[in-house]
Ligand binder design. Structure first.
Ligand code: BEZ
Length: 393
């Protein structure tokens, strides 16, 4: 056989393979494993958050007998290190090398933007199980992109309203200088100003820097009525401890987006006592759905769940719901999206729906740290939807 004949044969084989793939009958698809690509941080300041998301996701898969949409699940994992400069290469490993059916990622907003771009460019199904980058369900929104978590604006806005109602007039904000910090402060400021307060100074430091001392000295000199902060993971632990060590907690009340105290209380210890935060989860919701989830999670992982575990669990629940509508076929994007746009997701956090841009519309709770728990005080913002950001799907 000469070279030309061989090429013709190979091309014919490829065409046949492609054709059989497109016309894959239901039973053939069910026999194919569902390739799930987990792009999460397993090292660095957000490592614990990545693990909790994976745990939550796996818990739902186990509850479904190891299958989603009738297909056995196979995991592919990449440690994204919360490093935006490596994000494009990392996501390509999952899309091109591993040829995953669905991407689950990630924690860091900057990394999530790169994943969303790759998902949009290639049409790969993406569920974001944490990162709040407003643009993911704004300018970058797409039929195949969903979020099981929040937009950065949401918990910030909820806390701005709480702080304004407490009568604080002059507030200093402190955060990491990247999309999550900036957008959290923006949401906070919007609600605070609506309620008659004012942000007098916005302090920040680069992610994932934790040298807070100079900024804490500045806060002490400014003597604001209150401080609002967005920090998470190991950075949040260090920040709360440093705030207390600087003697500020006694004189200037500290408020935060709930990431400050979620998944961090064992490490912070008594320094966190009494802190008020807003988030779409709390440790004592006392609803049967949440109780069952917490029990199963604690039994399986010998750990208490946090908001990240819930978001991972719900990412898997969303995948199940979408696959149900498409008989396990991730390529049926319109049917998958239509199903998720209509359902109410039965989350441990409480039921939520998705906006047209595929971001959760959900309650934000006011919580107070009591011992090792973020105790529910009440609902700070009911069914809070992210503002419309010009998303066109
Ligand atoms: C973010 O980068 O979007 C983020 C990271 C940790 C907690 C919450 C948000």
């Amino acid at each position: 056989m000469d070279l030309v004949q061989r090429r013709v044969l190979v091309s014919a084989g490829l065409l046949l393979a492609l054709a059989s793939n497109f016309a894959m009958p239901r039973h053939a698809l069910a026999a194919e494993k569902l390739k799930v690509g987990l792009m999460l941080p397993y090292s660095g300041t957000f490592a614990a958050l990545g693990t909790a998301i994976e745990n939550g996701f796996r818990l739902h898969v186990t509850e479904q007998g190891g299958k989603l949409g009738g297909r056995e699940v196979e995991f592919f994992k990449v440690d994204d290190e919360s490093d935006p400069s490596k994000a494009a290469d990392n996501v390509n490993k999952l899309i091109k090398r591993d040829q995953v059916d669905v991407l689950i990622g990630t924690v860091h907003s900057g990394v999530a933007m790169a994943i969303a771009k790759a998902a949009k460019d290639t049409g790969t199904l993406l569920i974001v199980p944490n990162a709040g980058a407003d643009a993911v369900t704004g300018a970058m929104c797409a039929q195949n992109i969903f979020r099981s978590s929040f937009s950065n604006w949401q918990p910030g806005f909820a806390m701005g309203d709480v702080v304004a109602k407490k009568g604080h007039k002059k507030v200093v904000t402190i955060t990491w200088k990247y999309a999550a910090g900036d957008e959290s402060v923006k949401g906070f400021k919007e609600a605070l100003e609506k309620g008659g307060g004012q942000v007098v100074k916005e302090l920040s430091l680069p992610f994932p820097n934790v040298e807070f001392q100079a900024l804490l000295t500045e806060i002490a000199a400014l003597k604001p009525d209150a401080v609002y902060t967005f920090f998470a993971g190991a950075g949040a632990v260090k920040f709360v401890k440093d705030y207390v060590a600087a003697g500020l907690k006694k004189t200037i009340p500290l408020y935060g987006a709930g990431f400050l105290t979620d998944g961090t209380l064992d490490a912070i210890g008594p320094d966190a006592e009494g802190l008020l935060t807003t988030l779409h989860y709390a440790d004592n919701l006392n609803k049967p759905r949440d109780k069952a989830f917490r029990l199963a999670y604690a039994k399986t992982f010998k750990l208490q769940p946090d908001v990240y575990a819930v978001q991972g669990y719900d990412a898997a629940q969303m995948l199940t719901l979408g696959l149900k509508a498409t008989a396990g076929d991730v390529t049926k994007k319109a049917e998958f999206a239509a199903a998720l746009e209509q359902v109410t997701i039965d989350s441990p956090r409480g039921p939520f729906t998705l906006s047209k841009a595929h971001n959760p519309v959900q309650d934000f709770y006011l919580r107070e740290v009591t011992g090792k728990e973020n105790k529910l005080i009440g609902v700070a913002s009911k069914a809070l939807a992210d503002p419309s950001r010009g998303c066109k799907i």
